[in-house]
Design a protein around this ligand. Structure first.
Ligand SMILES: [Zn+2]
Length: 211
């Protein structure tokens, strides 16, 4: 099907489900429109077309505030006057929406991380963006020199989630709420090969299957 037609047809289905029929969903959606959104979760996910959070987690409108970017990265807190889209979204979610959870959701077969591992992250914007995760790359190369390229990428996908979790805590408003027990931070990993969801376990320092 023509990709644009597919979108138009999809919107028709959305309208039928959420607007035109007096269903539970349309009642809830109307309430959201009138009263505003109050999502409890900020999810930071990759732009990869195979890992859309709303599809993976079967959530409804209003459930997730999302940021999607190349390789689901969180940059460190930088007050340099530049235009920080990800940081602005984090600030809005934490300070204005008062989300209770932030989930950094990485995934298997990530093209951004593959490029980073090969030092092939090129482009005016991709290369400096991916440098956020240089630390994860170096760590994997130093600690696991004997892994195959695929295993190294997979290890870097996970290590990179941890870099983003660390970077989240460089934002003063995140750190304060996290330390005050008002904000929980999670590192999740979707393995699209196995159809599994893993979560970083602070005590064991490992990613463990949760579904
Ligand atoms: Zn990705």
């Amino acid at each position: 099907m023509n990709p644009i037609e597919k979108l138009k047809n999809g919107f028709e289905r959305f309208k039928n489900e959420f607007h035109e029929i007096n269903s539970q969903k349309s009642v809830e959606y109307t309430k959201l429109v009138k009263e505003g959104q109050q999502p409890k979760i900020l999810m930071i996910a990759c732009s990869d077309s195979r890992v859309a959070p709303e599809i993976l987690f079967h959530v409804d409108p209003g459930d997730l505030f999302t940021v999607r970017n190349i390789a689901n990265l969180v940059p460190p807190y930088e007050m340099d006057g530049h235009r920080h889209g990800v940081s602005a979204a984090i600030e809005y979610a934490v300070d204005y929406l008062r989300v209770e959870h932030i989930i950094v959701k990485g995934h298997a077969n990530c093209g951004g991380i593959a490029a980073l591992m090969k030092k092939g992250a090129v482009g005016d914007f991709i290369s400096p963006w991916m440098s956020i995760s240089n630390k994860a790359r170096e760590e994997v190369l130093n600690v696991f020199p004997d892994l195959t390229d695929e295993e190294k990428r997979s290890a870097c996908e996970k290590a990179s989630i941890l870099v983003s979790l660390e970077n989240l805590l460089t934002f003063p408003f995140v750190k304060d709420k996290h330390e005050g027990g008002k904000l929980r931070i999670h590192g999740w990993y979707f393995d699209m090969n196995k159809g599994e969801l893993l979560s970083f376990h602070q005590e064991s320092k490992r990613f463990q299957k949760i579904r």
